[in-house]
Design a protein around this ligand. Structure first.
Ligand SMILES: Cc1cc2nc3c(=O)[nH]c(=O)nc-3n(C[C@H](O)[C@H](O)[C@H](O)COP(=O)(O)O)c2cc1C
Length: 326
């Protein structure tokens, strides 16, 4: 039996398969199943900065005649959301035998960053920051927006001892440069990439509706390129693949490209804990067949720095003679 343990942000994980943050990781019976199936770590469902701010805003709008009670309720509601979340983190921690990574979905720095310390005290082994806000201000520069993200990472990383990962969108003008910035500001891991809610259009009813929340396996190809490039250009930060990791084959591709770990969400909704145990069996079979003793033996073996022709990662335009398309 091969050794499939990995190091992720200084945490020793028994396998590279992580249960991604979702509604499933807020359910103790589900995380227990994932643990039994051999998962390496659990990322708990996120606490949303937006949710706390909106709850407080709603109350402020409702009770403007009684500012004192609004203040009290604002404080109570916020505390309640945080306390519920801290309880969830410590309950998950008690339920499973593997590291537990808490998650905060945020878009700005400021007061909320003090939650990070409480999350650490609740027993989390790591913290994943899911930072994103849809840019709608046409006068704001991308440098300003990215500066804001880096500030959040720095503020949070300075306050806690547990490792911080940042779950990012794929749409940065200079993705390797941005990841390098995250590393310089204290991130120990980067999750590539988040998959956002997407609007779709129904042409029969002429209306906008939410597109499928679940990914398809093909979507993993987008992060495969960036995994290969970023792992080569930005050493010293652990990368976790997210989006489209539906099976062991896709997990292995991401690790060969440079990922330390892979995260599964859609696969867990569709196949349950079997998606984890089956992927682990596939990884073991691959390692036995190829003669790899540990994951480190093949992690990044096919990244941008290690393949003979790095141009394979650089090519972005289809040319007449390229591919099978005639
Ligand atoms: C129902 C659902 C709930 C999710 N909730 C969260 C969340 O709370 N925090 C978070 O960072 N990502 C959340 N995600 C995103 C997933 O963690 C993951 O990044 C995304 O689904 C892509 O991975 P997949 O292709 O394996 O589904 C959620 C996704 C789904 C489908």
């Amino acid at each position: 039996m091969s050794d499939i343990s990995v190091n992720y942000m200084g945490l020793k994980l028994r396998s590279p398969i992580i249960a991604a943050s979702s509604g499933l990781t807020a359910q103790l019976n589900r995380v227990a199943e994932f643990d039994k199936a051999g998962v390496g770590a659990i990322v708990v469902k996120s606490l949303f900065e937006e949710q706390i701010v909106n709850e407080a805003q709603f109350l402020n709008d409702q009770s403007h005649d009684y500012p004192e009670s609004a203040d009290y309720l604002h404080h109570y509601l916020r505390q309640n959301s945080i306390d519920r979340y801290l309880k969830l983190v410590s309950d998950v921690k008690e339920t499973v035998s593997v590291p537990v990574i808490a998650s905060i979905n945020c878009y700005s720095g400021g007061e909320w960053t003090s939650f990070a310390k409480k999350i650490e005290s609740a027993g989390a082994d790591g913290l994943e920051l899911n930072i994103y806000s849809l840019p709608l201000d046409i006068y704001k520069s991308s440098t300003d927006i990215e500066r804001g993200y880096l500030d959040v990472v720095e503020q949070v990383s300075k306050q806690i001892k547990i490792p911080v990962a940042v779950k990012i969108a794929s749409t940065f003008t200079n993705l390797p440069g941005f990841v390098n910035g995250l590393k310089a500001h204290g991130a120990k891991g980067v999750v590539m990439f988040n998959r956002f809610y997407s609007p779709d259009i129904d042409i029969k009813r002429v209306r906008v509706f939410p597109a499928d929340a679940f990914s398809s396996p093909e979507e993993s190809l987008r992060e495969l390129r960036w995994m290969g490039i970023v792992s080569a250009l930005v050493p010293g930060i652990d990368l976790s693949a997210s989006t489209g990791v539906h099976n062991g084959t896709i997990a292995l591709k991401q690790i060969l490209a440079g990922a330390s770990t892979v995260q599964m969400c859609t696969a867990l909704y569709k196949k349950g804990a079997t998606a984890i145990s089956q992927s682990i069996a596939d990884i073991n079979l691959f390692m036995d067949t190829q003669g790899f003793k540990s994951v480190a033996d093949f992690q990044g073996k096919l990244n941008y720095a290690n393949i003979e022709n790095p141009g394979k990662f650089e090519r972005v335009q289809f040319m007449k003679t390229f591919g099978n398309v005639k």
